[in-house]
Design a protein. Structure first.
Length: 130
């Protein structure tokens, strides 16, 4: 999501990010995150954290923001385009009745999605077991 935001900024778009957690790109490394945040500050990216998207309308998006005291307040953000980047999950297959050995590695392994190190690790272990 943050990479897409940076791409859109480089192409002249005004970008607002809606994130339900209290931090954008929470899993990003501490070496890369400051660079992303500098980029966002330079381009005046609106950052709506603790804000959960609830609807997409013709005018933009609707969300609910959790305030410091735990209350919830509605938020409306006008926009022309909406990009959804709300996580990833394994894309599995039905292996019922399949007798040949099937090994799932990488994002479909169930270990961890969207993580190249995990993809390499699971593939390495699978290759060693063949
Ligand atoms: C924009 C973006 C940025 C990322 N940045 C990072 C990063 O900075 N650091 C990091 O660690 N990870 C990052 N990731 C995650 C990382 O790319 C993945 O974890 C990694 O590519 C997983 O490898 P994989 O081989 O399991 O799956 P993939 O690389 O997704 O390869 C799976 C392949 O299977 C093909 N396929 C799917 N279904 C079928 C089918 N039915 N038949 C035949 N082929 C099929 C797909 O077309 C695809 O080519 C990023 C991902 C994205 C999308």
């Amino acid at each position: 999501g943050t990479e897409t935001a940076e791409y859109l900024l480089q192409n002249g778009c005004e970008v607002a990010i809606v994130e339900m957690l209290d931090k954008i790109a929470a899993g990003e490394s501490e070496t890369i995150l400051p660079l992303i945040m500098n980029d966002f500050a330079a381009h005046n990216v609106e950052q709506h954290v603790k804000t959960r998207l609830t609807a997409i309308t013709d005018e933009g998006v609707e969300a609910v923001r959790t305030t410091e005291d735990g209350a919830e307040e509605p938020v409306k953000i006008a926009c022309d385009y909406v990009v959804m980047a709300v996580g990833s999950k394994a894309n599995g297959f039905d292996l019922d009745g399949v007798t040949v050995p099937v090994t799932c590695v990488g994002d479909c392994s169930g270990e961890r999605t969207a993580d190249i190190a995990s993809a390499i690790r699971t593939a390495y272990h699978a290759a060693n077991e063949l």
